[in-house]
Design a protein around this ligand. Sequence first.
Ligand SMILES: [Zn+2]
Length: 145
Amino acid sequence: MSDKARALTKKQLETLKNKLIEEKNGLVFSDQVNASNIELSKPEGSDEVEQSITDYTNSHLLRFRNREVFYAKKIDKALKKFEMDEFGLCSDCGEWIRFERLLARPTAEMCIQCKEESERDESNSFTGRQSKSLGKVLDLTGMMA
Ligand SMILES: [Zn+2]
């Protein structure tokens, strides 16, 4: 019995490509992704409360935009793989990623086995990372004191 995923058919590739393009078009900031800055509203003569609300909205917007930019980059990367005939290949083991997985997650770069493995590694090193960042916070407070 072979559980190996087969190469994607032309039709499957087409479906996935369209899906990626659709996803990209659906991003709110997609048309501004290439412009590195978005015009953030900064009303003149506003009082402090208004200003802090504006700051809050702006930082919220920025975070949202950053996430979209990140996702848009992933989509671009995936689309580039079509040009190189590499779309659907796991970046880790080089095997084909299953169509069902790609359909649910067209920007997936790894097959499910590799992904699960890397996630296991991540959770294993979580405690280590956490104490490391805690150390950083302590360093910072020490510097400010
Ligand atoms: Zn793999």
